[in-house]
Design a protein around this ligand. Structure first.
Ligand SMILES: *[C@@H]1O[C@H](CO)[C@@H](O)[C@H](O)[C@H]1NC(C)=O
Ligand SMILES: *[C@@H]1O[C@H](CO)[C@@H](O)[C@H](O)[C@H]1NC(C)=O
Ligand SMILES: *[C@@H]1O[C@H](CO)[C@@H](O)[C@H](O)[C@H]1NC(C)=O
Length: 631
């Protein structure tokens, strides 16, 4: 190694002439040291000292000095054979290692000096080099104290003071508004700073910002920042962001209805809001302007006038007066309040009292409002007309019921009222449905039913022509179906007398009477029709028989039978033994439409009126028939 360096040194001599060579002639001791060593306060700094001496010589001593304004002060030294180096300065904080490096522990700002390492090697001469020890420490995060009072326009205002403590070397503070750097310009911005050296040797920097402000500055976000270097690197640390309050007089005020945000109707809670554009807000007073005079109103919240449960009489002009203490100006603003209303409707009914069937009914709904109205008549939840007047000509008892008039103001959602009226149409009894001729079997039970409808509900009376009174062994069951309908069923075992008589049911109320006579006929024996086998399996008593549909059925079956017979004759129909036959096109068309006539239940069973005894005339009882409609 040393030989190598010597060789390089020799080469250096050859090539670089004077300075190098002449120094080489003075002494052959080369000391190599860094220019700068960085150290943090409180940590340990190591300053190395490397040297080279001629091959066959040895060092005589190594001295460490520091420079104290051009004067050297020896800190520590070492000579061969010495047990440990001797400390002269910085006692207890310095050491010298076997490699002659100087170790300074618990570095303080005062340790920031130039250190010299001197190596003596007898005849080889003396060599030395130097290192600057740079000491640094990060200052504390800057703290901002914002001025207590609000800033005013067009004067210099103390805005805030920013302090960052205990840094080394001296840190610097900068100010920012909305992230833009603020710089002292002596006119609108003035920044002054002070630096304090603490007893520890560390520095505390304090910077105060004064500025002229504008209204806009109330929205600005400020902060300060400390800039410092640590171990040779530049660093920054920000304060908390802050904003300032700016005072300026109100120039305009606004006075508006803030709630509700729609047309106002009676019963609403209304909030009027008055706002000046200055800071702090002016003092507000509220008035109601009526016939040119102002009536002062009480408000609990500044700038807010609340009117609970407004009525139409509260409509009118309201005024807000704002007095600004900065400008000593009074500002005024008006707002017009209109409270919409809707009267509960009234209904006039013509004729006013009970109605008879055939009468004309006129229902008229009346109301008034601050806005156009819309009328609606409803009965049982269904809208009948969307008009003010409901006219029903030629009323029937179905017109009875409860009618409501709904009046609303389309412009104002939620403003609507309803009124109800009940209509009662008196009607004569009506009987339905009724048959005249009843086929009966002697000895069987006969049941007859009368349904009667009228208003008021009728009473039903059964009589016979035989005796004009009711016969023995008969029963009457009466049920009230509705307020207007009553059903009554009369049952008796058929006797000869009955066969020769008429049975009468009559319904009566205060509007009149209706009656119906049932004529008895002995039942003709079952008739067999060609191609239609009859069934006798249903033998229940007193089944109703209605002649006309049965005759039609019989005819239809006869016709069908004839058709079936005809087809059979022509050999077009495979005739099974089952009672069920199909007239269809080939398989492929089977899924096409067919009408199925199922005839095990007669339609007339559902009728209100059922007469006759014996078995049901079950015309289609032979099973099911399919009539292909395509043919
Ligand atoms: C000090 O040491 C540096 C680094 O080894 C070297 O470059 C410089 O020449 C030396 N200075 C002297 C005066 O020897
Ligand atoms: C200004 O500061 C106040 C209180 O510190 C805070 O409530 C407000 O939100 C801030 N305004 C803005 C715009 O940051
Ligand atoms: C009429 O009825 C009464 C008893 O209900 C009976 O005594 C009288 O014989 C009956 N008259 C006739 C003509 O059937």
């Amino acid at each position: 190694m040393r030989r190598c360096r010597l060789a390089r040194f020799a080469l250096g001599c050859l090539f670089f002439l004077a300075s190098h060579c002449s120094r080489g002639a003075d002494g052959n001791v080369e000391v190599s040291m860094s220019d700068v060593v960085e150290a943090e306060v409180g940590k340990t700094a190591i300053i190395r000292c490397g040297f080279s001496i001629p091959v066959n010589s040895t060092y005589a001593y190594v001295n460490w000095f520091y420079m104290d304004s051009h004067v050297r002060k020896k800190i520590i030294y070492m000579v061969p054979g010495m047990e440990s180096p001797e400390e002269l300065e910085l006692k207890g904080r310095v050491r010298m290692g076997e490699d002659f490096a100087l170790t300074v522990s618990k570095v303080t700002p005062q340790d920031a000096k130039v250190y010299v390492c001197q190596v003596g090697a007898g005849s080889a001469g003396v060599g030395e080099n130097r290192t600057e020890l740079r000491v640094s420490k990060a200052p504390e995060t800057p703290e901002v104290k914002v001025a207590d009072s609000a800033a005013s326009l067009s004067v210099m205002n103390e805005i805030a003071v920013c302090v960052s403590r205990n840094g080394y070397p001296t840190p610097a503070i900068t100010w920012y508004k909305d992230e833009n750097l603020l710089e002292s310009d002596g006119e609108e911005i003035n920044i002054r700073f002070t630096i304090t050296k603490e007893s520890s040797g560390l520095f505390t920097v304090s910077s105060s910002l004064s500025a002229q402000v504008t209204k806009e500055d109330r929205k600005a976000i400020f902060h300060c920042q400390v800039n410092y270097s640590l171990m040779g690197a530049n660093k920054t640390s920000r304060s908390n962001a802050f904003n300032i309050s700016v005072n300026y007089p109100s120039v305009n005020i606004s006075f508006v209805i803030s709630e509700p945000n729609r047309e106002i109707k009676e019963g609403d809670k209304v909030t009027l809001l008055c706002e000046g554009d200055g800071n702090p807000p002016p003092e507000y007073t509220f008035f109601r302007v009526k016939n040119g005079t102002e009536e002062k109103l009480q408000s609990t919240d500044t700038g807010k006038l609340v009117l609970e449960n407004v009525m139409r009489k509260d409509s009118g002009l309201y005024q807000c007066q704002a007095f600004d203490l900065q400008s000593m100006d009074e500002l005024k603003a008006d707002v017009k309040l209109s409270v919409n209303y809707l009267e509960i409707p009234t209904i006039t009914k013509d004729p006013p009292r009970h109605l008879k069937e055939g009468d004309n009914l006129l229902l008229t709904c009346g109301s008034s409002s601050s806005k156009p109205l819309e009328f609606q008549w409803k009965k049982e939840g269904k809208v009948i007309v969307r008009e003010r007047v409901l006219n029903i000509t030629d009323v029937t008892h179905e017109a009875s019921g409860s009618y409501s008039c709904i009046v609303s103001v389309p412009e104002i959602p939620g403003l609507s009222h309803r009124k109800q009226v009940s209509v009662n149409v008196h009607s004569k009894p009506r009987l339905f449905p009724v048959e005249e001729v009843v086929f009966v079997h002697e000895g069987k039970l006969l049941s007859l039913t009368c349904a009667a409808v009228s208003n008021p509900r009728p009473s039903i009376l059964w009589t016979t022509s035989v005796n004009s009174t009711l016969m023995p062994n008969s029963t009457i069951i009466t049920t009230d179906v509705s307020n207007e309908q009553r059903n009554s069923t009369f049952s008796v075992f058929v006797t000869k007398e009955i066969l020769e008589s008429e049975i009468r049911c009559s319904a009566r109320n205060n509007q009149g009477e209706a009656s119906h006579r049932f004529k008895m006929r002995p039942r003709i024996e079952e008739q067999t029709t060609a191609g239609s086998p009859t069934s006798t399996k249903q033998g229940s008593e007193s089944q109703g028989v209605i002649i006309v549909p049965i005759v039609i059925c019989i005819l239809a079956i006869a016709l069908l039978g004839a058709v079936l017979y005809f087809l059979h004759k022509k050999g077009k129909l495979p005739c099974g033994r089952s009672g069920k036959q199909e007239i269809t096109k080939p398989e492929a068309h089977k899924d096409e439409i067919v009408v199925e006539v199922k005839s095990d239940k007669l339609p007339e069973e559902a009728g209100l009126l059922q007469g006759a005894d014996s078995e049901k005339r079950s015309a289609g009882d032979q099973g099911e028939k399919y009539i292909d409609l395509r043919n």
